[in-house]
Write a protein of this length. Sequence first.
Length: 400
Amino acid sequence: MVLDTGSSDVWVVSCDCKDRDCQDVPRFSPKLSSTFANKSLPFNLGYLSGKADGQVASDTFSFGEFQVLSQTFATVNEVTNLGLTSSMTSGILGLCFPAIAAIPATAGATPLQNIMYNLNPSQRFFGLHLSRLTGSADPNGSFSFGAIDPELVPDPTQLANSSVICTGHEYDYWKLPMHGFIINGSPMEISRSRVSGADTPIAVLDSGTTLILGPSDDVAAFYDFFGEGARRDSAVGYQVRCTLAVLVSVILGDDPRGYILHPADVAWSEGADGGWCTGGVQANDNVNAADWLLGDTFLRNAYVVHNYDPPTIGLLGLTDAEAALSEFRLERGPDVDNQGSDDDATADDEDEWDMPTGYVKRWEHHANGAVTRVFGAVAGGIGFVVGGVGAIGWRVWRGR
C-alpha cells in the first residue's frame, strides 16, 4: 500500500481485476474472507492520469499491531494508467481527515479515525519519515502510531509544533503556514495566499505527491536564483543541471523555521534527460485547498508528527547541509557551473542522467462529494500516480 497523507480512503485491487496492471501485484480475494461484506455502493476515484473503479465494502483490517473489525474500504476491479506493476503496490492507505474521503461517511469511518479513537488521547498521532530509497532498502524510513521514533527524534522537544490550518467548516488536509525559501543563503519571499481568509500562504504536507508544487510566478522566481543552472522545458517543466548543488530551505510553521532540502531533491535524478534533472519544485496554479503542496521531495528531509486531536503538526529537519552537499557531489561529480566550465554536459553525463518521466497526483475531494482537478507535476522512475516512495515497506511500530 502507499501511505498517503493527502487522501483519506483505503482501497485495494481485488482478484476480480482483470486489467494487465493488476496481474503482477498481490490482490485481495473477497471469496477467501468469511468477514467480508459488500456494501453495494460504487467506488469511483479519478486521477490526473488514470482512475480506479470498484465497490465499497467492509472487512477486518489488520495493520501492524492493529486490528479493526468491519473497516470500510474499497475493492477495486478496474484500474486505468495507475502503474501498479511498476511500483509493486496494491492500493492506497489514506491518512488524512475524513472530510475529504471519497467513500461517504454514512458507509463507515476511515481507517485513521478508527485507529485514533481506539488509542489513548495522548497517543492520537502518527509519525512519518519517508525513506530516500524505495521500500525497505533504506532502514531510515519510519512510520509509527502513538509514539515518536526515538532513533530519528531522540529529543521530542526539538519538534516545532504548528496548529493545522482550517480554512472551512472542517479540517481537510494537513496544512501549515509557509513563509518562503532561503536559496544558497539568500531569502526569497512568496506571494500572498490565494485561499480566502488565510493570513499566510498555506502548504499541505502530502506523502502521496512526489514533488513540491507552487504558484507559477513564485516557482519562476525560485529558479531565477539558479541562473543558467536551471531551465524551463514546455513538455516537462523546470529542470536543473544534474551536477548543480543548491542548498534550499523551506520556511514553515507558526514559529517560522527553515527545513533544508537535500540537493538531490532539488535536482531530482528520476526525471533526468541529457544532463538535466527534474526540478524538485514545479509550478501549478490549480491547487484549490492551499497555495503550496509539499510532497516527497520535502518529506524525505523531515520527520513529521501528525497530531489528530487537536490537529497540530510537529516538524524536525533531518538533513544536514554539509553532509548533504558532500553526498551529492560524491554521487553526481563536480559542480561544472561552479567551476566555470562549459555549461553543456558531456556525452557520458547525458547517458548517466537519462531516465523516464511520468506524472503524479490527483483530484481533490470535498465533503459535499464534489470533485475538483487540482494537482499535476512531473515526476518519474516509479510511475505510480502517487509516487512509490510512500509505500509501506519499512518498520511499522507502535509505542505503548
